[in-house]
Design a protein around this ligand. Structure first.
Ligand SMILES: [Zn+2]
Length: 742
């Protein structure tokens, strides 16, 4: 399984076509009068009415009237910035509604732009299921009397279920970007720790070319200050060598590299003022389109589809890596350093995707030697520049057979980073399994990291751990998972092993959270309880501190029941939560990777029997609910200055609980739905579950309209918006038989 990763992947892309794959029928949407009504509903809060109108050949007024006929308020104003930040959210919701042509029109993109995003933007097409449901062109026609009657019925349901109204939000979507970008009230006070760097990724970074496009600055000033205050002393972004230095064989590929370097230098200087170092993620050398090798046959390595590796067993290629890293290190002397992935993600060295046997040179060498060459070339680059940049080799993807030799091959100045929780044995609900990664519920380190660190230590190398301190694919729809005690315990375990530093998370978890705070406190020498107390006191005041710690503990206890399996975290609708719709009959769709869960319970539950799966999720939800209750109580007691902060903490706990509870209810619904000859008691239980789901959707709706952070994650953008939760209410009412059947 690959790490989910967003990459500036394109070098010289071959001409891109829209991906073709299976074209099944879209999933049914019987709770709407027709596809046009679904289209207007689902895009109401994300796409200006004018644009929707253009796509379906209507006037804005027609679209607005159609939305209002279903009881929608507004439409809200949609800023250019919001639209730019939500293309993934828009594509996902229209995937079953519009054909490609109209999708492009809706986004205002060319065919190439859509093709590029689907292929390159963090596995988007994979997340959408490697298929495109067959949709006819959607054309506006004035609703007939039947559709009008049904729309009026929807409006009546909305008025009854969500009397505050649907369509406008108290807090606009993406408001948090402005909040996080503003200067914090209290500046960071420096702490001394033995664990440094502690680095993370931007909470709201956009896919693309942030060093060239000033509009998509992933690290605005205020946000850096807030990260520093949360104890973060490093941030990372992608570095593609040919985009940051002159690519020797095809210099035109590097267009704009001077500007990127200048902007990198500026970012590094800005971050430095906050005590934060900038790290570049290297996954190099990037493979080149096959046609490149017509002029450079001597560099050719392994071919995979349209791309072929630049073989690092060729001296010229290694020199390129040395020179490129040297050039960056020289041009940006204050750059914190680099970390590398050498056996995963993009096709890079000939063994990077385990296919080195197809290279005439690399097939003659152990894979570990090839990996070693790459890391050594980077180290040599830093050395050649007399640089002080740190070089971190990440063992991600190294098979056990390679690891020992690959670690032995690392240059002395190189540090080794390992995923802390990897291979950790766990038992959840009586099912024994082990952790892959992306687990916050399991407290590492596990045996793999311990083994690799030990080998590195014997050589005197520095060691780092990669953890998910604040958010994971177990729950990424919240700014952080307030299981703060688990994070504190993990950090304490690592400190006792004398780790030099921590990567605080992959592309998720960069919100300035209490979890990051507690890592800093533990790193500075405090015990777990003392650290929790200090963070709670600083954030929520002396009155609320003790109950907040109690809430974090209850949440941590609940979260430790999470039915972890890599299949669960990638396919169960943990992120879409209550917005994932229910279906009366099986859709036949397979759940996609962190994308659309459909009703594919068998994928969701992975190794867990269905009953164990949903019971464990209910235990998790109970822990979060208990924590939320304590927090609500604490908010009432808290002093005026801190009340808002405690309430916000309670919202995150409540919203998380609703996600887990909803996935449990959905799972049980799907299990019971398929029972042949359903008894009356099964029928009754199905109705109970529909009522539960409806009420969960409403509760989450009421939380999301007041907190723009809920439902958002950087690479998937908004998993849902309030209108989707209101749609779930309609969906449940339909299934309860309350919407008349056509
Ligand atoms: Zn090779």
């Amino acid at each position: 399984m690959i790490a989910i990763i967003s990459l500036l992947g394109a070098l010289a892309m071959p001409t891109l076509d829209l991906p073709t794959g299976p074209t099944p029928d879209p999933v049914p949407i019987p709770h709407f009068p027709d596809r046009l009504h679904a289209f207007v509903w689902r895009n109401w809060q994300l796409v200006p009415a004018e644009r929707m109108a253009r796509v379906v050949g209507a006037h804005s007024a027609d679209i607005v009237a159609l939305g209002r006929s279903m009881g929608l308020q507004g439409p809200p104003r949609i800023s250019a910035d919001q639209f730019r930040r939500s293309h993934v959210t828009i594509i996902r919701r229209n995937w079953h509604l519009l054909p490609y042509e109209q999708l492009m029109d809706l986004l205002g993109w060319t065919r190439e732009e859509l093709a590029f995003a689907l292929r390159e933007d963090d596995f988007l097409y994979v997340k959408l299921g490697n298929l495109k449901p067959r949709c006819d062109r959607l054309v506006y026609a004035p609703p007939n009397s039947d559709a009008r009657r049904r729309a009026a019925h929807i409006a009546a349901i909305i008025k009854e279920e969500l009397p505050a109204g649907v369509g406008a939000t108290r807090e606009p979507l993406f408001r948090f970007v402005r909040q996080l970008s503003s200067k914090p009230a209290t500046p960071a006070s420096p702490v001394s720790t033995n664990m440094s760097p502690r680095f993370c990724y931007s909470y709201f970074g956009l896919y693309g070319d942030p060093l060239l496009d000033p509009k998509s600055d992933p690290y605005p000033e205020g946000y850096l200050a807030r990260l520093a205050a949360a104890g973060v002393d490093g941030v990372w972004l992608q570095g593609v060598l040919s985009k940051l230095t002159l690519f020797p064989w095809q210099p035109e590929l590097s267009e704009g590299y001077e500007k990127r370097i200048a902007n990198l230098r500026r970012l590094v200087a800005r971050a430095k003022r906050h005590g934060i170092k900038v790290f570049l993620y290297l996954n190099e050398p990037r493979a080149m389109p096959n046609r490149f090798f017509a002029d450079h046959p001597e560099l050719r390595g392994v071919t995979e589809g349209d791309f072929t590796t630049l073989c690092t067993s060729v001296a010229e290629v290694r020199s390129y890596l040395v020179n490129a890293v040297a050039a960056i290190s020289r041009a940006v002397p204050d750059l914190g350093g680099f970390f590398t992935i050498t056996a995963s993600e993009n096709l890079t060295n000939c063994w990077s995707h385990f296919g080195g046997a197809a290279c005439p040179r690399c097939s003659q060498r152990p894979a570990a030697d090839v990996i070693t060459d790459v890391n050594r070339a980077f180290a040599e680059g830093v050395r050649a520049a007399n640089g002080k940049q740190m070089l971190i080799a990440w063992d991600w993807g190294w098979p056990d057979e390679w690891a020992e030799d690959a670690i032995h091959g690392l240059p002395q100045e190189c540090a080794l980073m390992s995923v802390s929780e990897w291979d950790l044995p766990i038992n959840r609900g009586g099912i024994a399994t082990s952790v892959g990664e992306y687990s916050l519920s399991a407290v590492g380190p596990g045996p793999r990291a311990r083994r690799h660190w030990e080998i590195a230590r014997r050589r005197g190398l520095r060691t780092l751990a990669k953890i998910q301190a604040a958010a994971t694919w177990e729950m990424s729809a919240m700014p952080y998972v307030p299981a703060v005690r688990l994070t504190a315990q993990h950090a304490a375990n690592l400190r006792s092993l004398d780790l030099s530093g921590l990567m605080l998370g992959w592309t998720l978890g960069g919100y300035p959270s209490p979890n990051l705070d507690v890592v800093r406190e533990v790193a500075s020498g405090k015990g777990v309880d003392e650290a929790l107390e200090a963070v709670a006191r600083a954030r929520y005041g002396p009155v609320a501190a003790a109950p907040v710690v109690a809430a974090w503990s209850a949440i941590s206890e609940g979260f430790a029941e999470f039915p972890y399996h890599v299949g669960v975290v990638y396919t169960a609708p943990l992120q879409a939560g209550p917005s994932n719709l229910l279906f009366a009959k099986p859709t036949g769709y397979r759940a996609t990777m962190v994308g659309i869960g459909y009703d594919d319970l068998n994928s969701w539950r992975a190794v867990y029997p269905p009953e164990v799966f949903y019971r464990q999720l209910r235990k998790v939800a109970d822990g979060f609910t208990q924590g939320a209750r304590i927090l609500r109580g604490a908010a009432q007691e808290a002093d005026q200055t801190h009340r808002g902060a405690v309430e916000a903490e309670a919202r995150v706990a409540e919203a998380s609980a609703l996600h887990f509870r909803s996935v449990a209810a959905q799972s049980e619904f799907i299990l019971l739905r398929s029972g042949a000859n359903a008894t009356e008691s099964v029928h009754r239980r199905l109705r109970e579950l529909l009522f539960e789901e409806k009420s969960i959707a409403k509760e989450l709706y009421n939380l999301q309209i007041q907190d723009s952070r809920i439902g958002f994650e950087a690479t998937n953008q908004y998993y849902y918006v309030p209108c989707d939760l209101a749609e779930k209410v309609l969906n449940c009412r339909w299934l309860l038989g309350d919407i008349e059947i056509r």
